[in-house]
Design a protein around this ligand. Structure first.
Ligand SMILES: *Cc1c(COP(=O)(O)O)cnc(C)c1O
Length: 395
């Protein structure tokens, strides 16, 4: 282990910490890994792709060779679109479980590609529950697939994926999971949670830089996906078949991003894999949430639904609080926070993921306290309307 392996605040760089759900703060050695060019057809690079795919399948817990990893160029949404368009047959029908922007994006993706779907929309932050999923599947025998969002990053809610997976399996349907912002830090073990395919991307919990996403899918489902895709480039089966045959990506791969990702995977393993990464993010969240609550801030979600990925806070009710000013002051202190995405009440988000530890989260809280003082806000307590909205969660 080198100094760089354990450094969370690298003094060589004066850049702000990204308290965002990706792109996020990466290790210096991850950035450094990009200082070299690779030929995409060359054996060295093909070995890198294979190593990456093998490691990702292992992270999903597959020990029997039943799953394969298929990387897809582009941002996470490209990969999600590839999964939906490839795994769902043209005459299939998808039950979309939405409780925020990413669930709704999955529905929009299906609409654009002309696949039939039906939507359970729980609003901004209520979790889709197993019983209602079961009822929807009973009510519509045409549904072949269910898409669930693991951590809905727009609120930070960690959806009850095991409960949903059990119902989908019991009803004989196929589950697809958008685990974009959770995979690598929250367990999604194929031996415990039954699914056909999941997607994540390079720039979330594995702590790489942006440029590609990856599908981890059951090989039998991949075989069945042949000819389903609506798109040439976003065809998971074709990408998989080409990789099995030649070891190469079908179109120009983001070579530097993959080199960086391999270094990110090395750091991930060094930290203790999914459990180690998840434990650090959980500590980040606990320290940050406790500190923010001490300032009067309140979380949108009850503790039971808080993910270790990102946390939504209500804007304070105090008349002197202006989010854009708060944002600028936080940035000047070295921390980039994230605006909220709720429709009913004003909020902002603070990410817990990326190359940061609890020491840095304590500095985040101290910076927030200074910003409030500079704005003349003596308490960060939210408006009564926000609390009333939150009470619906318990209902
Ligand atoms: C980040 C993310 C995506 C993909 O977003 P891109 O901007 O396309 O990378 C999809 N779903 C969830 C839940 C995410 O957090």
């Amino acid at each position: 282990m080198t100094a760089t392996d354990t450094a969370f605040a690298d003094p060589r760089l004066g850049e702000p910490f990204l308290l965002t759900p990706g792109p996020l703060t990466t290790a210096f050695s991850v950035k450094e890994a990009m200082l070299r060019d690779w030929g995409s057809w060359d054996g060295d690079f093909r070995a890198m792709t294979k190593s990456m795919c093998d490691q990702l399948v292992a992270l999903a817990g597959d020990t029997r060779g039943a799953f394969a990893c298929v990387p897809i160029q582009g941002s996470g949404s490209f990969c999600c679109e590839a999964m939906l368009g490839s795994m769902v047959p043209q005459d299939g029908k998808v039950l979309v479980l939405a409780n925020g922007a990413y669930g709704l994006r999955a529905a929009e993706t299906l609409r654009v590609m002309g696949r039939a779907y039906t939507l359970i929309d729980k609003g901004d932050y209520l979790p889709p529950r197993g019983d209602e999923v079961g009822q929807a599947l009973d009510a519509d025998p045409a549904i072949t697939h269910v898409i669930a969002i693991h951590c809905e990053t727009s609120s930070g809610i960690l959806n009850p994926i095991a409960e949903i997976a059990d119902v989908v399996a019991a009803k004989g349907r196929r589950l697809l999971i958008d685990s974009m912002s959770a995979f690598g830090a929250v367990e999604l073990d194929v031996n415990r949670i039954q699914y056909d395919a999941m997607v994540s991307s390079a720039n979330k919990c594995i702590e790489g830089v942006p440029g590609f996403g990856f599908v981890i899918a059951r090989k039998t489902a991949l075989e069945a996906a042949k000819g389903n895709a609506h798109s040439l480039s976003l065809d998971v089966h074709a990408q998989w078949a080409a990789m099995v045959k030649t070891g190469q990506w079908r179109f120009t791969p983001p070579t530097h991003t993959i080199a960086a990702f391999l270094e990110a995977l090395r750091l991930h393993a060094l930290e203790g894999g999914v459990a180690g990464r998840g434990a650090r993010y959980t500590r980040n969240r606990d320290v940050m949430v406790a500190g923010m609550r001490a300032l009067g801030f309140e979380t949108l979600l009850a503790d039971a639904w808080l993910s270790p990925i990102i946390v939504t806070f209500f804007n304070p009710a105090h008349p002197s609080f202006v989010f854009s000013t708060f944002y600028d002051l936080m940035k000047a202190k070295g921390f980039i926070i994230y605006p909220g995405k709720l429709t009913v009440v004003d909020s902002f988000r603070v990410g817990c993921i990326g190359r940061m530890d609890e020491t840095i989260m304590r500095r985040v809280v101290a910076a927030a306290a200074e910003c409030l003082a500079e704005m003349g806000v003596d308490t960060a307590a939210p408006p009564a309307a926000a609390i009333a909205e939150r009470a619906k969660l318990a209902a």
